[in-house]
Write a protein that binds this ligand. Structure first.
Ligand code: NAI
Length: 250
């Protein structure tokens, strides 16, 4: 089924992990996909592969912390498509450093990528999303944006900020027919958690806290992103969804 036919979707942090998986899924669902990341060469590789399979795909060099990159990306999308239907604010960086040991520069850079990046992406995409007949912004937060843990306060604060920004954006743009929702994955098998999950002891410590008893997959997150991107979720805005095997239900 082509749930995203005629839709134009921009995904940040799409060179690997959840973003790359989402880009591939969206392409297979009929969307024109713009793949943005600081790893531009990987973006181009993925775009080339998808184009070879017959999909419409564009790679962009996008550092989400840079206003000029967002302006350039949006202007390129405007020239090519004249509209944007879906924005997935997915780019993110991780930390496990507790608050007392976090350097100010590190705190600022986590906020800059994870929260300011979402703000800039939202701000510059809104005019093009208005040209859609039903825009959707999906902000990738985390369970760390819903509850606290022993890890990084900077990461948690950035993801909590994303949750809140989502609701403000949803309310301010409901009249534009732009829906905005946040997704809150628990631990997912990607390079972001590679160090933690390659250590068997810390992997089983993580798994033991999860009611479903396992780490999630990128496909499981991408399927939820697809739901929020598609018209199947047309009456959902300002909502938050945990994709965490029951972790935050406890
Ligand atoms: P990943 O580390 O595999 O991929 C993140 C991507 O973001 C990379 O391609 C990286 O180059 C890109 N990126 C980093 N800084 C950037 C910047 N300034 N501008 C543009 N792109 C940038 O991570 P993963 O797991 O795929 O994470 C995707 C999102 O999901 C992140 O926002 C992360 O915080 C969130 N998340 C991940 C979880 C997990 O367990 N893997 C759990 C909860 C949330």
């Amino acid at each position: 089924m082509n749930r995203l036919s005629n839709k134009v979707a921009l995904i940040s942090g799409a060179a690997r992990g959840i973003g790359e998986c989402t880009a591939k899924l969206f392409a297979n669902e009929g969307a024109s996909v713009i793949i943005g990341d600081i790893d531009y060469s990987k973006c181009k590789k993925t775009a080339k592969k998808l184009q070879k399979e017959g999909h419409d795909c564009l790679a962009v060099n996008l550092d989400v912390t840079k206003e000029s990159d967002w302006k350039g990306t949006i202007s390129e999308i405007n020239s090519k498509y004249k509209k944007l239907d879906i924005l997935v604010n997915n780019a993110g960086i991780y930390s496990t450093v507790p608050i007392e040991n976090t350097k100010l520069d590190d705190f600022n850079s986590i906020i800059s990528v994870n929260l300011t990046g979402v703000f800039l992406g939202t701000k510059y995409s809104i005019p093009l999303l208005r040209n859609s007949d039903g825009g959707s912004i999906i902000n990738i937060s985390s369970t760390a944006g819903l509850v606290g843990n022993s890890g990084s306060g900077a990461y948690g604060a950035s993801k909590g900020g994303v949750r809140s920004l989502t609701k403000y954006t949803a309310l301010q743009h409901a009249m534009d027919n732009i829906r905005v929702n946040s997704l809150h994955p628990g631990p997912i098998e990607t390079e972001m958690l590679a160090d933690k999950l390659s250590n068997l002891e810390s992997r089983s410590a993580s798994e033991s806290k999860i009611p479903l008893g396992r780490i999630g997959t990128i496909k499981e997150v991408a399927m939820a992103i697809l739901f929020f991107a598609s018209n199947e979720s047309s009456y959902i805005t300002g909502a938050e969804l945990a994709i965490d095997g029951g972790l935050t239900a406890q």
